[in-house]
Write a protein that binds this ligand. Structure first.
Ligand code: IMP
Ligand code: MG
Length: 181
């Protein structure tokens, strides 16, 4: 794991290795493929943190699907939570009558997903579910139904595998607890 060297190594504590992440995503891809077989599926990646997970997840899937992206911005005080949410880049595809699976890196307070669910429901999809690699139940403010979850984490701040601290560390192949300065 040489990529750790290029960052402030002393602030990183590895939680999930590349191997653990791949094993989990393989199982998730298999499950999603079985559950959505024969259905018209659209995967919606929430920019930007979920991109690494989304790409790897689709590589483990064996059914047809479409991909689209949505970007939401938050006016939260902190870098890791959302107070007021709005869409900054909307979907390009119509989801009306389609089975939608929102793909997230992490569900933390649930504020951004709560907003997204309400917004996407008004477009009348045939189904609307959430898939997240990481889940932090301890920080939940808004209850959101999470259908597929990779790993449950305690209340810590993590980086790597798409997750950032001030836009850095996304390209780490592992997920690490990050000691914020
Ligand atoms: P929410 O608090 O559930 O609305 O999460 C909002 C977003 O904050 C997530 O989709 C992540 O992009 C980001 N986020 C939450 N927790 C962390 C973390 O521990 N590390 C990096 N980003 C995080
Ligand atoms: Mg996110």
């Amino acid at each position: 794991m040489s990529d750790k060297k290029s960052y402030r190594e002393d602030r990183l504590k590895i939680l999930l290795t590349q191997e653990q992440i791949e094993e989990k995503i393989t199982a998730m891809g298999k499950k999603i493929s079985a559950d959505y077989a024969g259905k018209e599926l659209i995967l919606i990646g929430v920019l930007r943190g979920s991109t690494y997970f989304l790409v790897d997840l689709t590589r483990k899937m064996s059914i047809p699907f479409a991909i689209d992206f949505i970007s939401i911005s938050t006016y939260g005080e902190q870098s890791d939570s959302a107070d007021v949410v709005r869409i900054t880049k909307d979907l390009d595809l119509s989801i009306t009558g389609k089975h939608v699976l929102i793909v997230e890196d992490i569900v933390d307070t649930g504020l951004s997903l709560g907003y997204l669910l309400r917004n996407l429901k008004t477009r009348n999809p045939a189904g609307l579910k959430i898939c997240t690699l990481l889940n932090v139940e301890a920080r939940r403010i808004v209850e959101v139904p999470v259908e597929y979850r990779g790993f449950d984490l305690p209340n810590i701040f993590v980086v790597g595998y798409g997750l950032d601290y001030k836009e850095r560390y996304r390209n780490l192949q592992f997920i690490a607890e990050f000691d914020r300065p």
